[in-house]
Design a protein around this ligand. Structure first.
Ligand code: BG6
Length: 477
């Protein structure tokens, strides 16, 4: 069995910055930083048209953190040097759609964007770091959202194909692992980020819009795989979901049934389509109940069947609870809110820490899909402190890594074909959920606060040395 590749990840919108003049405005650029209150995350995640217009004029004088990211564009070479020093095998990053095609519907890409990514791919190649490329990580050019209604429109598939064809053609040879869409099930929980749908001023999203948009992403993913196979690229293609590792709150049969149903719709649905090539049986009653009517063609369904993914990947941060009881104590998690688990501790943001859940998830994913598995995101968000002597002591992150890595190695012994582990936000980046810089995941500290103050200088954290040593040990075998 192959050995595990150990990696680290960023995403363009959270890392790059370089907004002024160099790229078009995208959905993430419209999300303001709002100090933590109970509904700040929802307000900055599910944008209404009013919020978008406010972002365009910036009359309210708010700070838009994704426009600055971690100023990766300015620190690129230094960052890649740090990644080489860390010794990671694999770097996961994404291409900003609106840096290449500022409005998303141009026929020719923006030269500055092309040159920037030439630098990224070439620097990584020079340093011998393998590439896991997320082609699209949430951010959608704003023009596609406003003029085309985001992924709801079949035309957006064609715009994405123009983008993906350019990417495959220019940089396809550099890539080991391709991922057409980050956490595709996020489209369901976070339709603005995931599928570029503006939140109605009153009420909620229409389910038909959300699932129609997801269908179009499935088709775009299949068509991209088709294209890459025709181009005979050596890299393999994956799909990615966010995994929630549900437990039933009690042994009550109804709680266990709820677990199965929550997993099906919230977690497995998108990967079932992308990996098995057909819509799963359980979505028929779900669609009926929620009056979802999809517009699909024979040709699209045939594409899904023929061009399934080669590997499966997922993000895993914490576990969740399934219950039919509505009145349990709630806590946050990646994309979903869940009931508190009395057996687990949680981060400052309420995400429950559960290393064993990662082993369980690896087994479940492998059992269900029987394809190589990659943990494409995992890590611990904390408000680290830069000491006056330039050190950052983050023993909690080392603990988190240590415990989760032990469970990955156990899953490998269970027989799961784990190919890679990718630590999220390897260099501190803006949080995708809360738009804060204070929620840091990196082993490299970036000296900036949630309002964009600071010089963005890089400092190695205590966890940097720990991860570096761990990787060296793994290589010795
Ligand atoms: C995943 C996303 O949902 O979780 C990342 O793919 C995100 O973009 C990560 O950063 C962690 O979430 P957050 O909200 O803590 O940044």
């Amino acid at each position: 069995m192959d050995t595990i590749l150990w990696g680290g990840a960023t995403a363009s919108s959270q890392y790059e910055g370089g907004f002024d003049g160099e790229k078009g405005m995208d959905t993430q650029d419209c999300r303001p930083y709002l100090p933590r209150t109970s509904n700040a995350t929802t307000e900055t995640r599910l944008l209404t048209n009013e919020r978008i217009q406010q972002a365009k004029t910036n009359e309210a004088g708010l700070f838009y953190p994704f426009r600055k990211g971690s100023r990766g564009v300015d620190f690129l070479e230094e960052d890649i040097q740090l990644l080489q020093e860390l010794g990671i095998d694999l770097y996961r990053f994404s291409i900003s759609w609106s840096r290449l095609f500022p409005k998303g519907d141009e026929l020719v890409p923006n030269e500055a964007g092309v040159l920037y990514y030439d630098r990224v791919f070439n620097s990584l190649k020079e340093k011998n770091i393998k590439i896991f490329l997320t082609m699209n990580h949430y951010a959608v050019p704003l023009n596609i959202v406003e003029t085309y209604d985001g992924w709801k429109n079949k035309e957006t598939i064609e715009l994405y194909m123009r983008f993906s064809e350019f990417v495959l053609d220019r940089w396809g040879e550099y890539v080991e692992y391709f991922l057409p869409f980050n956490e595709i099930n996020a489209g369901y929980f976070s339709p603005f980020n995931g599928v570029g749908l503006i939140k109605p001023e009153q009420g909620n999203y229409s389910f038909t819009d959300v699932f129609q948009s997801l269908h179009h992403q499935f088709v775009a993913s299949a068509r991209t795989i088709k294209l890459a196979r025709e181009m005979k690229l050596k890299g393999t293609f994956g799909s990615m979901i966010s995994c929630f590792c549900y437990y039933p709150l009690t042994p009550k049969p109804e709680d266990n049934l709820k677990l199965v149903q929550d997993e099906q719709v919230n977690q497995w649905f998108c990967m079932d389509v992308l990996s098995k090539g057909t819509y799963p049986y359980y979505m028929t009653p779900f669609f009926e109940k929620n009056q979802v009517v999809l517009d699909t063609t024979e040709e699209e369904l045939e594409l899904l069947k023929t061009y399934t993914c080669d590997f499966v990947s997922f993000s895993y941060y914490s576990s969740s609870i399934a219950t039919t009881e509505e009145d349990g104590k709630q806590t946050a998690g990646n994309l979903v809110v869940t009931t508190k688990n009395p057996y687990l501790k949680a981060s400052e943001w309420g995400w429950q820490i559960d290393p064993v859940g990662l082993r369980t998830t690896l087994n479940k994913v492998y059992d269900r899909y029987d394809k190589p598995v990659i943990i494409s995101e995992n890590g611990f968000g904390a408000n680290d402190v830069l000491e006056v002597d330039g050190t950052i002591k983050d023993p909690y992150r080392i603990d988190y890594f240590e415990q989760h890595f032990a469970e990955i190695l156990k899953a490998k012994t269970d027989g799961v074909d784990v190919r890679a582990y990718i630590a999220w936000g390897i260099i501190d980046i803006v949080s995708a959920g809360s738009c804060e810089m204070a929620k840091r995941y990196g082993v490299v500290y970036v000296d900036a606060d949630s309002e964009g103050n600071g010089d963005y200088k890089r400092y190695k954290k205590q966890s940097f040395d720990w991860y570096k040593e761990f990787i060296e040990e793994q290589k010795k075998g």
